[in-house]
Ligand binder design. Structure first.
Ligand code: GLA
Length: 438
């Protein structure tokens, strides 16, 4: 009897303490939009509804985008003085959060909210440290489906993985205890190595300081070249800097727990077409959440074309959930470097990428000995049908068959700041079915 009682207590403890990462969400990296990169603090009910309207106008849910996330600066000056519950700014959100969430839901979309695991948010509004339970409950009552949870004003509760884990786990428990599935998107900028401590508590975690809409500019505010041996996350991190941060930690992610490379800048104007193609491609193959950060109510054809490339999105959303890895990286004399990446996809297919961050056109032979270093000799000498995921086939679909290659793809020309993303299908298994999956 005592034994039975003990196991019952254990089971209830497990249930009580269940963490939010195991909430059935983010089986593949989440996709959506967030207010911050485009609007900063200038948000209101209208900006959120405009974005939701943009989702419908451009048919974005068809491609997988479904979360509309309201970032910082939605809060009233203070919490409810009696209950401690969070309150939305009544001027910016006159209808209230529940009505806003209802409206987003009625459009077939999901609603995300933001707070910080600190006294204040980064924008100086009230944070959730010490208020995890009431905040999670209130978000659930409002109908939130997603929480982005920041790291500002954390009162020194950081500096070791244990301190960060405990602080973020509190919200994970609180979210789970609401009974509402709420995707938990941690945003502690890579501090204390969330790829090591967060996979069991969150659906995703930011790996670096804030992205800046620039290809490669070095900025003292983002001083590290790696997040492994350099502590200061900073902000104003150029896009290719974040690719370098992500390279060593890709395999820490997987189904329901992802490395978040930060919100996309595609469409915000700071990069060229080729650079945005690189941005979207690399975020996709590294299995980052794809959270748009531009004005989604008004997009140019170019922007729309990039963010709706369904062959690239399919790589991001591939059910194996395995991030591509950097196979090699060589510096280029004039600056930047050339690197080769590969990753596994379902049905024994693969993604291969070539990235040229140098200011010059490069010529390179992609050897299958490098691509298939993990798979071994039979793969390295194999024959593959190669699809270029940034070219369209004769029917206008992304993913053009560019030929059959054995042992290497020779003499690839790749221009300045360009990327090549290929899907490799073993020739023996290539079929219409594989084509349809592109
Ligand atoms: C931090 C986060 C950003 C954004 C702002 C809001 O800088 O990293 O993504 O949420 O706070 O203040």
């Amino acid at each position: 009897m005592l034994k039975q009682l003990t196991s019952l207590v254990c089971i209830s403890l497990v249930v009580l303490n269940a963490l939010a990462h195991n909430n059935g969400l983010a089986l593949t990296p989440q996709m959506g939009w967030d207010t911050w990169n485009y609007y900063g603090c200038s948000i209101s009910e209208q900006t959120i509804l405009d974005a939701a309207q943009g989702f419908i106008k451009y048919d974005l849910p068809k491609y997988g985008y479904n979360y509309v996330v309201m970032d910082d600066c939605w809060q009233a000056p203070a919490r409810n003085a009696t209950t401690g519950a969070p309150i939305a700014d009544p001027t910016k959100f006159p209808s209230g959060m529940k009505a806003l969430a209802d409206q987003i839901h009625s459009m077939g979309l999901k609603f995300g909210i933001y707070s910080s695991a600190g006294m204040y948010t980064c924008g100086g509004h009230f944070g959730s440290l010490g208020y995890e339970t009431i905040d999670a409950q209130t978000y659930a009552e409002w109908g939130a489906d997603y929480l982005k949870y920041d790291n500002c004003y954390n009162e020194g509760q950081a500096g070791t993985p244990k301190l960060s884990y405990d602080r973020y786990a509190n919200m994970s428990f609180a979210l789970n205890a609401t009974g509402r599935p709420i995707l938990y998107s941690m945003c502690n900028w890579g501090e204390d190595g969330p790829w090591n401590f967060a996979p069991t508590i969150a659906n995703s975690w930011r790996i670096s300081g804030d992205i800046y809409d620039n290809y490669n500019r070095f900025d003292e505010r983002c001083p590290c070249l790696s997040m492994i041996d350099c502590k200061l996350a900073g902000y104003h991190c150029a896009m290719t800097r974040i690719i370098d941060f992500a390279a060593p930690v890709g395999q820490k992610a997987g189904t329901n727990h992802w490395n978040d490379l930060d919100m996309l800048e595609v469409g915000n104007g700071g990069m060229t077409y080729d650079e945005y193609v690189t941005h979207f491609s690399m975020w996709s193959i590294l299995k980052s959440p794809l959270i748009l950060g531009n004005n989604v109510l008004n997009m140019t054809n170019e922007t729309l074309e990039i963010i709706t490339n369904d062959a690239i999105i399919a790589v991001n959303q591939d059910s194996t959930g395995s991030a591509a890895e950097r196979m090699w990286k060589v510096p280029v004399f004039s600056g930047g470097d050339l690197s080769s990446w590969s990753g596994s996809l379902v049905n024994n297919t693969f993604v291969i990428a070539l990235l040229n961050t140098s200011p010059e056109t490069q010529y390179v032979t992609v050897n299958f000995t490098d691509v298939f270093i993990d798979q071994g000799p039979s793969y390295q000498t194999g024959t593959y049908v190669i699809y270029d995921l940034w070219q369209k086939d004769s029917a206008g679909a992304w993913g053009k068959d560019i030929g059959t290659y054995t042992a290497a793809i020779p003499d690839v020309e790749i221009g300045m700041h360009q990327v090549r993303i290929w899907k490799a299908v073993p020739a023996s298994t290539n079929s219409r079915r594989d084509l349809a999956e592109l």
